[in-house]
Design a protein around this ligand. Sequence first.
Ligand code: AMP
Length: 129
Amino acid sequence: MPIDATEPYDDQNIFAKILRDEIPSRRVYEDAYAIAFHDIAPVAPTHILVIPRGAYVSWDDFSARASDVEIAGFVRAVGTVARAAGLVVPGYRLLANAGPHGGQEVPHLHVHLFAGQPLGPMLAGAPAA
Ligand code: AMP
């Protein structure tokens, strides 16, 4: 069920529990600002989620409230994960869903990293370029 990305942060959301190691995840990276782990239901051969450690609901919330250091740390972590996974040369897609129209389901900011095959049109149902 897509969330309202303007709602207050819920510290019982599934990614908050992953951050606290209350539930398992297949982590591929962590630093002071972000962690990355494999999506539990991958839709591409490589499907990694990168999330900030801070309590932010969405891209909108993060971009409005996070410090410059947190924003820089998170953006650098996304790049580091993509490079470490060897995705730069074949290429990859970054996606952050926000709010009902974006289809965001987990109310902790996350960026999807998709890769491993040609990823097709940018949106489902869009005509091929
Ligand atoms: P979104 O629709 O952008 O909010 O995407 C949420 C993503 O989180 C989906 O791709 C889910 O498959 C993924 N997901 C949900 N629960 C878990 C979990 N426990 N571990 C890893 N990924 C998860």
